[in-house]
Design a protein around this ligand. Structure first.
Ligand SMILES: C[S@@+](CC[C@H](N)C(=O)[O-])C[C@H]1O[C@@H](n2cnc3c(N)ncnc32)[C@H](O)[C@@H]1O
Length: 250
């Protein structure tokens, strides 16, 4: 069961810090985006829907790589996130929930959902609507943290939350196939290298919902646990594994 109120307050509180904490580096965003462009087979004539697009971080990185002829449509339910999409960018923002928007989605050729599908309760309905909205040959790509390979230098309660929260890649493949897509999954592993202080500040701010959803007592104890296990380390090095689940409409 998804707690929509907790998700709302997470993004309302995080919006101003989202790009500072989640951009990591141009190399990180670049590598994830290169794989997105490749799997979606993005070409200038595509009409792209960025569902749960947030501040537009990946829409903008895509536009740096592909000269799309039509503006990207970026949908997100929280105005605080949408406010950070640069006004001059060729990105049309729509303030809406993914399932609601997908019911009447105009025809797109490609759909990206980057780290957003785990926030959607009714995934079957969403995928059925996207299947209807896409043209034959159209592609939907889900990119998110792989819950079977979480390795953040976090405390156990947050790791457990991550394993239970992020969308299971096999389940996403099965749901996309049930909706009529031909689906396949792959992974991208990125090696982070981040100053310990900076990462601790990210955790204190609740940079992911799997952290901000914990209560104050758990967060305080968790930070204590992290400070002890990272004592003497100036830099944290750890892998982040992303699942890429691609659905192609036959
Ligand atoms: C982790 S952020 C990812 C944002 C962006 N795709 C990126 O990768 O930078 C998750 C996004 O999903 C959005 N979101 C939450 N619930 C949603 C829903 N029901 N429908 C669509 N988007 C939703 C949030 O507002 C947030 O912008």
């Amino acid at each position: 069961m998804i707690d929509n109120e907790a998700i709302k307050s997470h993004y309302e509180n995080l919006a101003d810090k989202y790009d500072e904490f989640l951009y990591w580096s141009p190399d990180f965003v670049g590598k994830l985006t290169d794989r997105i462009v490749e799997l979606l087979r993005l070409e200038p004539r595509d009409r792209l829907l960025d569902l749960g697009g947030g501040t537009g971080m990946y829409s903008l990185a895509i536009l740096d790589r592909v000269a799309l002829e039509k503006p990207i449509t970026l949908v997100d339910p929280f105005p605080q996130m949408l406010e950070h999409v640069p006004k001059q960018a060729p990105v049309e923002t729509v303030c809406a929930d993914a399932v609601e928007y997908s019911k009447a989605a105009p025809r797109f050729t490609k759909v990206l959902m980057k780290e957003a599908v785990h926030h959607v309760e009714h995934k079957r309905e969403l995928f059925a609507n996207l299947h209807r909205a896409l043209e034959p040959g159209g592609r939907v790509l889900l990119v998110h943290v792989d819950p079977t390979a979480v390795a953040y230098p976090l405390f156990e309660a947050a790791l457990e939350n991550a394993r239970n929260t992020f969308a299971d890649p096999d389940e996403m493949v099965a749901l996309l196939e049930d909706a009529g897509f031909k689906a396949e999954k792959s992974q991208l592993v990125y090696q982070h290298e981040v100053p310990t202080d900076h990462y601790h500040r990210m955790v204190e701010t609740g940079y992911m919902s799997i952290i901000s959803n914990l209560d104050d007592r758990q967060l305080k104890a968790g930070l204590e646990e992290m400070r002890e296990s990272h004592a003497g380390l100036n830099t944290l090095r750890f892998p982040e594994t992303f699942s890429y689940v691609l659905g192609v409409k036959p």
